[in-house]
Design a protein around this ligand. Structure first.
Ligand code: ADP
Ligand code: MG
Length: 260
């Protein structure tokens, strides 16, 4: 059993008119310190799967464990969750936003302040702690969101398209930063994305999901020479294009199947 273990997960959304099968027979495990991506077209069930891993949504069937513990109703597990929107509180300063989780966990004020300032420095944002979110750019706000996510020292990070609302340059810069921070802090991470390049640049392994219902269609191992590079440099390596083409063809054949 891996550090994160997803076993036999099915999920159906029920409404008064319809039942939507969102996920079927999802089974995989992730080792400690590994970075995996869940890649797939819009609507294929990626966010549903991530919410289930986070313990925010109970699957219709199946189980998820992290470090041997079930995620459902488990207050002991600290899970970091980063979304496309940063969800910073506009009326709180940057420092207060970063220490929010620590305050909830009742760490001492002075200790949480030190953690916050160190993390803000690590994400390349010194001297912003007294500012408010509206004074920062989108890319800077996502850096704050990353600092806040790491502040509680989560066992695992779940990232749901965290770069997709950013301009291209901020996105590439943030990819490098997130990758470096997660390596430095030896974190296990699951990234959800519809961007093949991002999945290759960031991950050790990629799970490709098919749609309607979402199923684990294929797993790709990212070659070691790419894993060793920061995401930005990965994109200009010859092996990157080879893997990109391979995944692209699989995605195309999936779309073809869906339109038959
Ligand atoms: P993705 O993140 O890959 O875009 P989602 O997990 O958001 O996909 O959605 C997967 C499927 O489940 C889609 O068909 C979507 O319409 C449906 N779905 C998502 N959330 C709900 C919900 N709360 N109620 C009903 N159907 C939903
Ligand atoms: Mg989604």
């Amino acid at each position: 059993m891996g550090f994160l273990s997803v076993s036999n997960v099915h999920h159906t959304y029920f409404s008064s008119e319809a039942a939507t099968d969102a996920l079927q027979d999802i089974h995989f495990s992730v080792e400690k310190g590994e970075f995996v991506s869940i890649l797939g077209a819009s609507g294929c069930g990626k966010s549903t799967l991530l919410s289930i891993i986070a313990g925010l949504l109970t699957p219709t069937m199946g189980t998820v464990t992290i470090d041997g513990q079930p995620v459902i109703d488990n207050e002991q597990l600290s899970i970091g969750y980063m979304l496309q929107q940063d969800y910073l509180f506009p009326w709180k300063t940057i420092e207060e936003n970063v220490t929010l989780g620590l305050t909830i966990l009742q760490k001492k004020d002075e200790q949480s302040r030190e953690i916050a300032i160190q993390l803000l420095q690590d994400v390349g944002l010194p001297h912003v702690e007294k500012k408010f979110p509206r004074e920062l750019s989108g890319g800077m706000r996502q850096r704050v969101a990353l600092a806040r996510t790491l502040a509680v020292d989560p066992k695992i990070l779940l990232l749901d398209e965290p770069f997709s609302a950013l301009d291209y340059k901020s996105k590439l810069t943030l990819e490098d930063l997130v990758s470096k921070m997660l390596k430095d802090y030896s974190k296990t991470a699951v990234l959800v994305t519809h961007d093949i390049g991002e999945a290759i640049a960031m991950s050790d392994r990629i799970f490709l999901l098919s749609a309607k219902p979402g199923k684990l269609y294929k797993t790709f191992e990212v070659p070691q020479e790419l894993i060793e590079l920061p995401p930005f440099e990965t994109r200009s390596h010859a092996s990157y294009s080879t893997l990109f083409q391979l995944i692209w063809k699989e995605l195309e054949s999936l779309e073809h199947e869906n339109t038959l």
